[in-house]
Design a protein around this ligand. Structure first.
Ligand code: WT7
Length: 653
């Protein structure tokens, strides 16, 4: 967190503040009184939001809180897919576009209305039923960013089965682990997807993963790229054979408010990823409300583009459930930002008249690095609001986003939240809250957060410490799949009775909130969460490696980059080939995003007298900073030796 902290510190002296424009305030969905109203009775605030969903049985109870377990609206029943689709069609909005799909290959586009999405979800629900999927099951989804991925999610929700979407960049091993952990019996996938101009293979990874998962009985495969795949007789079915001929009618059943909706795996501080569980009504209430108020959504005119992958929570909440609950029109883009030219993004904004753009700072920095000429070559006047998520945004990138993309008139919402929180927790509200470049500003109405010290005492204005949430909120995770103890321990024990997010934060003199980043052993690379322990685990799986220590070192473009320090077993020597092999091993075991940017082979690692590896000091080394306090080290000379080595070794990129 040090570097972000320093950058923000350096800026705090000259912080700029942008008051909400009168133009925005005049038509904003949120009003200036909303904070006070929600504060006066947060449960009543959320209950009113929840009543905007369609219930089969209305709820009478709002919150039931037995720390660390909360339930919301628990005696109500509803169906998530009905809330996303049926009710809009019934209201006469069937012709409204739900998704403008833009495939990576030029010209590969589809327009999907609410009516057509509804029919396809019904067909898929019928097909999944035929494969034996029933309420309470888990279904794995491993897909590119194509409409069928969303159809599969909603079909599961329609049946009361939880989906577990696994990011398409993960490898067979990572896939197998997640399928096993959640005990999925059915997998929905595609032959592959288009990425950087080439067809990637997905089915091939599923085949490899399923060698380790004999419990999986059915695989449903979308033909996307047309590449050759092997189909396992009796187990594998083509989507066009099984789904397309089904009836477009499916009578949805209502399920309890707390019916599991999905499990999403994310990295924690140990090598084992956590299956974060979200349930139905509280989650939908949270994402529907935040999507409407944070983005000032006008569902009948806006075109929203959440440029994220549906394999991560941002996609779940703000490409799928939030926008669909609100009846919004979204852009769904399959590919990388520069497929077909460095102006591809801006062409999409222009072609579809995107009004609300939401993405991660790492992408903003990349687009900024490519140069202003690309956005300037396009008509971006449709844009009226810009959002940022996933990591701290540096003030330079924020200002570029505001000036070059937003032409100085689009409010910028810097939204802090996590896989575990389900939806946005801290953010300015457009038309209501002032903004400052790099600050998340304040908690969303009805959410109570604080910055506290080691003892759980509020630090107050001008202070820094741990970011905590004081009370349960509707979108809060209901636990870690199969591991209630880890849930209680990870989130609710560091600051007793309060949710500890793992982030450091600061309140400035005005009381506005600045998120400083992770203070645990979790890295944030290009907005992707990675565990240092997970990468270390992969490295020591190599026969040559004795010990490994991994740190996230600050990086201009990706926010943090993975830097690894390894010691070798006797009989093995450092070589370029070895380093390449280690990188490949990490990519194979976790995924290409986890590949270390640098691997330094060193004779020893810096340890405390009790034998704990001092990652904090290794981070100083990796960031070429002067070495901090080394007095707790067993042998401080080890660290200076590594530092010399680091400076002497040319960087690999
Ligand atoms: C971690 C959560 C939220 C969806 C995408 C990431 C960091 C997130 C911000 C922000 C500073 C942020 C935190 C958090 N983070 N948003 N606006 N400013 N940091 O979800 O993979 O669960 O990661 O991302 O460190 O703990 P995730």
């Amino acid at each position: 967190m040090n570097n972000t902290h320093e950058a923000i510190e350096a800026h705090l002296g000259e912080v700029r503040r942008f008051a909400p424009s009168a133009q925005f305030a005049a038509t904003a969905n949120a009003t200036v009184t909303i904070y006070d109203e929600a504060d006066a009775d947060p449960e009543a605030f959320w209950a009113a939001c929840a009543r905007k969903l369609e219930w089969a049985t209305p709820f009478t109870k709002t919150l039931d809180w037995t720390p660390p377990n909360a339930t919301w609206f628990s005696d109500g029943t509803l169906n998530a897919s009905v809330n996303c689709l049926d009710r809009h069609v019934a209201a006469g909005l069937g012709d409204r576009v739900a998704y403008h799909f833009v495939g990576e290959p030029e010209g590969d586009t589809r327009t999907i209305t609410y009516q057509s999405l509804f029919e396809e979800v019904c067909r898929a629900a019928n097909a999944l039923s035929q494969l034996g999927v029933v309420a309470g099951d888990r279904v794995a989804i491993y897909m590119p960013m194509i409409p069928e991925a969303i159809v599969a999610m909603l079909a599961c929700a329609r049946l009361g089965a939880a989906h577990s979407v696994i990011f398409g960049g993960f490898t067979a091993d990572a896939l197998a682990h997640r399928i096993t952990d959640a005990d999925c019996r059915v997998v929905v996938t595609a032959d592959g997807g288009f990425r950087r101009g080439a067809a990637s293979g997905l089915k091939v990874n599923v085949d490899a993963a399923l060698e380790q998962c004999p419990q999986v009985r059915s695989v449903l495969v979308v033909r996307r790229t047309g590449q050759e795949v092997s189909m396992h007789e009796g187990r594998d079915h083509w989507w066009h054979d099984l789904v397309s001929p089904q009836s477009p009618v499916h009578e949805a059943q209502a399920f309890p408010a707390e019916q599991p909706l999905y499990v999403m795996y994310t990295s924690g501080t140990t090598a084992k990823p956590k299956g974060i569980l979200h349930t139905t009504a509280g989650y939908l209430t949270h994402v529907m409300t935040t999507h409407s108020l944070v983005f000032d959504l006008k569902a009948d005119t806006d075109v929203v583009w959440t440029a994220a992958d549906i394999g991560w929570v941002t996609g779940h909440s703000y490409i799928v459930y939030g926008p669909l609950c609100n009846g919004a029109t979204s852009v769904l883009y399959e590919g990388v930002p520069d497929a077909g030219g460095k102006d591809r993004w801006w062409r999409i904004v222009e072609d579809y008249g995107v009004t609300i753009l939401y993405t991660a700072p790492t992408t903003i920095r990349t687009l900024m690095k490519w140069g202003d000429e690309f956005p300037l070559a396009h008509d971006l006047t449709s844009l009226r609001l810009l959002g940022s998520v996933g990591e701290p945004i540096n003030p330079e990138a924020w200002m570029w986003y505001r000036e070059v993309i937003g032409k100085g008139h689009c409010p910028i919402v810097d939204t802090w939240w996590q896989t575990e929180t389900g939806g946005i927790m801290a953010t300015p509200l457009p038309g209501v809250t002032a903004t400052k470049p790099g600050a998340a500003m304040r908690a969303f109405p009805g959410i109570s957060i604080d910055v506290v010290d080691q003892d759980g005492q509020s630090v107050g204005n001008g202070g820094g410490g741990f970011l905590v949430v004081n009370k349960p909120w509707p979108g809060m995770t209901r636990g870690i799949w199969g591991d209630p103890e880890r849930y209680a321990e990870t989130y609710w024990s560091q600051v007793p009775g309060r949710y500890f997010a793992g982030d450091g934060a600061k309140l400035d003199d005005d009381g506005d909130l600045w998120i400083l980043g992770r203070i645990d052993d979790v890295m944030n690379v290009s907005g992707h969460r990675l565990s240092t322990a997970e990468v270390e685990h992969a490295l020591v799986a190599h026969e040559a490696v004795a010990e490994a220590a991994v740190v996230g070192a600050s990086d201009e473009t990706t926010g943090q980059a993975v830097v690894a320090f390894v010691t070798l077993r006797s009989g093995f020597d450092a070589s370029e080939v070895l380093v390449d092999n280690l990188r490949a091993l990490v990519a194979q075991m976790i995924g290409p995003i986890a590949k270390p940017k640098r691997i330094l082979v060193t004779p020893e690692l810096p340890k405390t007298r009790s034998g704990k590896i001092m990652r904090r000091l290794l981070r100083d080394v990796a960031e070429h900073r002067s070495l901090g306090d080394t007095t707790t080290l067993l042998d401080p000379s080890v660290l200076s030796m590594i530092d010399d080595l680091m400076r002497a070794t040319p960087s690999d990129d």
